[in-house]
Write a protein that binds this ligand. Structure first.
Ligand code: GDP
Length: 360
């Protein structure tokens, strides 16, 4: 490999990981379904999600959803959405494994406002310093609101009667006030110039799709501008990931659904997995990758691959997975020294989490 192409490869942008958080029934599942379906196809998109999974939305699909408002080219390959079934699983993952998501969407039913799980989600986002946007959902339920369908929010807003506009404005102010109580400066997205300092509130309807174009556009913009520098959104070095679920599969034995968040993982790689009482070393026998924009738990939609580049949700087949717990970290290793470094990294991360949680 020539020097230049190696350098280019080192700089490959990885897919940012986005989590959707919020109070039960505020619309997480509906929003993910809407994003998966896109704007034109009415095809069944895989139904309600009850387990932890991930969906990769390629940039072309995002562009298509945002086509009325898309302004400039971006380098990102797409976004990987993590879908969490309720809040607890996410909290456990975060508490155990450190920062799983690069970005988050905090979804709030605009008519109901903040609820206990909204507040809990906000505390977690603050603890882990995860950049996030607020999706103020269910605007179609605002009395007198007339939904024109899957269009940008600003277009829908401009078509509304004053009474509906005022109701929405008031609800947004309430959200701004609540976010302020938690120490965040927030505003409606179209009044924000610096998205890295202010939390953007994007009014949406996960049911009709209104505002979903802007939601995706703001996320892509945030990922591109903010994460590229501060969190080094480049694929680099060793494969690193978090285990979402461990389960027995017919004919495969025990397998793991994982999110690979850095590096490239290959069949045959040795990996170290964090256990409650130390580190387990095994090797990757198979990698099953979901097809783009399909939910990763639908087995028939998997295909076997030789390697996978972060970020991605994949199923791993490996020897000796007994006792591995959901939420555990893993890392590709080549030597004893790597195992020791992995152990040290985990210790450090746990300490940091404890310190930050204590700061709360
Ligand atoms: P989750 O528990 O956060 O995943 O919430 P769901 O996505 O399951 O949504 C809960 C209920 O709210 C379902 O009946 C959805 O159809 C409904 N819902 C979600 N988003 C919207 C929306 O934007 N508008 C309306 N009218 N209903 C919605």
């Amino acid at each position: 490999m020539s020097k230049k192409s190696k350098k280019d490869k080192d700089k490959q942008l990885r897919t940012p990981i986005v989590s959707v958080l919020g109070h039960v029934d505020h619309g997480k599942t509906t929003l993910l379904d809407k994003i998966r379906k896109g704007r034109v196809t009415a095809k069944e998109a895989g139904g309600i999600t009850q387990h932890i999974g991930a969906t990769e939305i390629p940039i072309e699909m995002i562009k298509n959803i945002c086509k009325d408002i898309w302004r400039k080219e971006v380098e990102l390959p797409g976004l990987l959405f993590i879908d969490t079934p309720g809040h607890k699983a996410f909290t456990n993952l975060r508490r155990r494994g450190g920062a799983l998501a690069d970005l988050a969407i905090l979804i709030v039913d605009i008519n109901e406002g903040f609820k206990p799980q909204t507040e809990e989600a906000l505390s977690i986002l603050r603890t882990f310093r995860t950049p996030f946007v607020v999706a103020a959902n269910k605007i179609d339920k605002i009395p007198a609101w007339q939904s024109p369908g899957f269009v940008p929010f600003l277009k829908s807003y401009s078509m509304q009667e004053d009474i509906a506009k005022n109701r929405l404005d008031n609800k947004i102010y309430e959200l701004i006030g609540k976010l302020y109580e938690f120490g965040f400066s927030a505003d409606r997205f179209d009044r924000i110039t610096d998205f890295t300092r202010n939390v953007a509130i994007i009014p949406i309807s996960a049911l009709t799709g209104e505002g979903v174009p802007e939601l995706l556009l703001v996320l892509v913009g945030l990922a591109q501008r903010f994460l590229e520098d501060s969190l080094r959104l480049h694929v680099s070095g060793k494969a690193k990931g978090t285990i979402l679920e461990v389960k027995e599969e017919k004919g495969m034995g025990i397998t793991c659904d994982v999110i690979l968040y850095d590096g490239t993982l290959k069949v045959g790689d040795r990996i170290a997995i964090a256990m409650r009482d130390g580190v387990k070393v095994t090797h990757v026998k198979g990698i099953l990758k979901p097809r783009p924009s399909q939910e990763m738990r639908l087995e028939s939609k998997f295909r076997s691959v030789k390697s996978v580049v972060a970020a991605a949700g994949v199923k791993l087949i490996a020897a000796d997975l007994e006792g591995v717990l959901a939420g555990s970290e893993f890392e590709a290793i080549e030597s004893e020294k790597d195992i020791e470094e992995f152990r040290k990294r985990l210790e450090k991360e746990y300490e940091e989490i404890e310190i930050r949680t204590d700061e709360e």
